[in-house]
Ligand binder design. Structure first.
Ligand code: ATP
Length: 322
């Protein structure tokens, strides 16, 4: 179990990079830290691994206090594996040797088995004899993940692990890492700004903004009940209407102090609905995202067909308040 209590961090005085961070991660859980660029995701991961010293608060891993470089000759926690954004493979040895670098030579068949298994998780088994200089950025990234996995860590910290991967590969590798982590009961914390890395592949998601946790919840709760518009905006397409718009357009009464967040799949065409003018149509593969406007109110919805009409009548099937 990892526990973070009232953590604060800054690089200089009069600056705040992380503020009042509190959360727990249970053994075997997969946690994604989602936030815009500069929100403090990598810094949080480095603090958990002990690469930076906390300014305030405490981090405990399995009841031991995590300390930073001020207290350790070799920074980093030997009980965890951290894969940073800059992958430091050794160019003089091949992929297989890089992955086995931290494994004991005492049992060579076991070393070879663990290396092969790890390379399979990241789909790099066919590159075992290549040298890092012969690999693309995404392939090097996968090898550095395999190197961490091969050690069978109890806690794996991944900083933007899928940033260099194309969509089909991303999908497969995210699934493989999930399966591997669940099989080995490894706790995984990863950072991302892509909601798709987080929604289907995490037990919990932490939303970070300007160094503060905005929400810490299951993927389902996060999407069903986003704390505010920033959270909704990280989770994909949405529309937002205030109390006057909800009443005037749809005769739905909500408090003046609240707004309604409506996802595209919660809006449907209906002859008895409110008329909106189509302002934009984008093909998404399986359907179209249609943007519409009525006076200053905007709604987005999905449609399998493109209508010939310039106007559509829309109804809201569901919404949540923020
Ligand atoms: N060594 C440093 N010295 C001073 N400021 C830093 C340093 N490293 C990061 N920062 C600042 O700390 C803030 C958080 O950076 P961090 O890298 O944790 O963000 P992030 O959410 O991981 O961003 P990204 O998604 O772009 O990687 C940023 O404002 C950044 O400019």
């Amino acid at each position: 179990m990892l526990e973070i209590r009232q953590l604060g961090f800054s690089f200089h005085e009069n600056q705040s990079i992380l503020e009042d961070i509190n959360f727990e991660v249970k053994t075997g859980e997969i946690l994604s830290i989602l936030g815009e660029s500069g929100s403090g995701k990598s810094t949080l991961l480095k603090l958990i691994y002990g690469l930076e010293d906390t300014v305030s608060g405490e981090i405990f891993y399995e009841s031991d206090k995590v300390t930073g470089p001020k207290f350790n000759l070799v920074p980093g926690n030997s009980k965890m594996k951290f894969v940073p954004q800059e992958f430091d493979l050794l160019d003089s040895i091949n992929v297989s040797e890089n992955v086995g670098k931290y494994l004991s030579n005492f049992d060579l068949p076991l070393k070879s088995e663990n290396t092969k298994k790890a390379l399979k998780v990241v789909k790099m088994d066919s590159f075992a004899n290549h040298f890092p200089s012969q690999l693309s950025g995404g392939q090097r990234q996968r090898v550095s993940i395999a190197r961490a996995i091969a050690t069978n860590p109890k806690m794996l910290l991944l900083d933007e692990p899928y940033s260099h991967l194309d969509q089909p590969l991303k999908f497969e590798i995210r699934k493989n890492i999930w399966n591997w982590a669940k099989e080995t009961n490894c706790t995984v914390i990863l950072t991302t700004h892509d909601v798709n890395d987080a929604l289907g592949f995490s037990d919990k998601i932490i939303i970070l903004k300007n160094g503060k946790i905005i929400q810490n919840d299951s993927p389902e709760n996060l999407r069903n009940n986003p704390e505010n518009e920033y959270v909704a905006s990280l989770l994909g397409e949405y529309s937002i209407l205030n109390a006057d718009e909800m009443w005037n357009l749809f005769q739905i009464k909500i408090s003046e102090t609240q707004k309604a967040i409506i996802y595209p799949e919660e809006i449907s065409e209906d002859e008895s609905g409110q008329e909106f003018e189509i302002s934009d149509v984008r093909f998404r593969g399986r359907d179209y995202l249609i943007e519409t406007i009525h006076k200053n109110s905007k709604l987005k919805f999905y449609s399998i067909l493109i209508t010939e009409n310039q106007f559509v009548k829309l109804k809201i099937k569901n919404f949540r308040l923020i």
